[in-house]
Design a protein around this ligand. Structure first.
Ligand code: ATP
Ligand code: MG
Length: 358
């Protein structure tokens, strides 16, 4: 359930090859292992818009002027494991460039597939420097493989595991970059991320922060999971979402507020102390998120601008939350904008993530 600790898994236990298909998804595929939905074609060679001559490519992919084949990627190491699959650091054999390869077993229900193809399309068309680029996606042997931009400092979860808390100036820089990504997703792509959490905010050595796992991976993760094996987290879900009501872009803003508050105070805001032995059960969390006043930043420890930023995000009524574009001009973001704060200094002092992030 909530942020369940996974047993430590050794690399030996992990299957690094593309997993075999468990459930036949005959409606989904043709006999040749190709999935076609309208003018979209997805197979071992990747996702193509067959009505166009060229493959759909993101802006960044334009610089990859070589044919991208799954077999040309060699595994260097496993860098993460989520509820949906394994993430590996891979190198393109001929070009030498590094990528993160996320392999997701795809024994999904028929009704989810249209949505997935839609999301893949969005992924590959993403043109924002604060959204992780999905260079390519392949369907092979019952699994989807996403070739992602490699973020060499892992996730914000890895960062806070090492530093415990992040100071306001750095947080403002993190926030601004996430907000730029959210403005892009909300206003240009018209998608709700749905899974903003520390492990989905990735950082690199240059001090760039990028959003990942919107759409397809998040959706695959949750739609695949059986009730008793689901290991995702409800922790950052807004009150309207966790209680099953309709939700919109503002749901992502709640999650962002909780993530930033967690980075500032050094613990998940709905637990009392770092030493708390057991995490709240789903129902305890539901009760707290829906029934209790929302968490806030303690004014004796944080600046008024920071406290105001947090309360502009963590409001129980979605209508009381600021939008991603409004938050970009919030005094907390503005305060540090021309101070030349370099996040690379913070992430440069950290060890590169070597193990699974959870
Ligand atoms: P869940 O599956 O429950 O949402 P998660 O987000 O941790 O959890 P994944 O999305 O599978 O699961 O990612 C696992 C880990 O792999 C991440 O926490 C991150 O540390 C690492 N990771 C994912 N994508 C990349 C990437 N593009 N570059 C570098 N590391 C990555
Ligand atoms: Mg993730």
């Amino acid at each position: 359930m909530m942020r369940m600790k996974k047993p430590l898994i050794s690399t030996k236990q992990l299957k690094l090859s593309v997993p075999a298909q468990e459930t036949p998804i005959t409606n989904f595929l043709t006999a040749s292992g190709t999935f076609q939905d309208g003018d979209l074609l997805l197979n071992m060679k990747g996702l193509r818009l067959i009505s166009e001559e060229k493959e759909t490519r993101s802006s960044d992919v334009k610089e990859l002027d070589f044919e991208f084949l799954l077999e040309d990627l060699e595994t260097i190491k496993v860098i993460g494991k989520g509820s949906g699959g394994v993430v590996q650091l891979v190198r393109h054999k001929w070009v030498g460039r590094l990528f993160a390869l996320k392999v997701i077993q795809m024994n999904i229900q028929e009704e989810v597939r249209k949505q997935i193809v839609q999301e893949l399309k969005i992924n590959q068309a993403a043109q924002c420097s604060h959204v992780v680029v999905c260079h390519h996606s392949f369907y092979h042997n019952g699994a989807i493989s996403l070739v992602l931009e490699y973020m060499d400092r892992g996730s914000l979860a890895d960062v806070i595991r090492q530093v415990k808390t992040i100071l306001e100036p750095y947080l403002a820089v993190v926030c601004k970059q996430v907000l730029l990504g959210l403005v892009y997703l909300h206003n240009e792509r018209h998608v709700i991320h749905r899974d903003i959490k520390p492990s989905n905010l990735l950082v690199n050595q240059k001090g760039e922060v990028k959003i990942t796992d919107f759409g397809v991976s998040a959706m695959l993760g949750s739609s695949m999971g059986q009730r008793d094996t689901f290991v995702g987290t409800y922790n950052y879900m807004s009150p309207e979402r966790i209680s099953g009501s309709t939700y919109d872009y503002s749901s992502d803003i709640w999650s962002l507020g909780l993530v930033i508050l967690e980075c500032a105070i050094g613990r998940f805001p709905y637990i009392q102390s770092e030493d708390q032995q057991s995490w709240p059960s789903f129902y305890e969390l539901l009760d707290a998120i829906v029934g209790k006043p929302p968490p806030s930043a303690p004014p004796d420890q944080f600046s008024p601008e920071f406290c105001s930023f947090i309360s502009s995000c963590i409001q129980k009524d979605p209508r009381d939350r600021m939008s991603s574009s409004e938050l970009l001009s919030h005094p907390f973001i503005k305060k540090f904008e021309d101070k030349d704060i370099d996040l690379a200094i913070l992430v440069g002092s950290l060890e590169a993530p070597v193990n699974f992030s959870r």
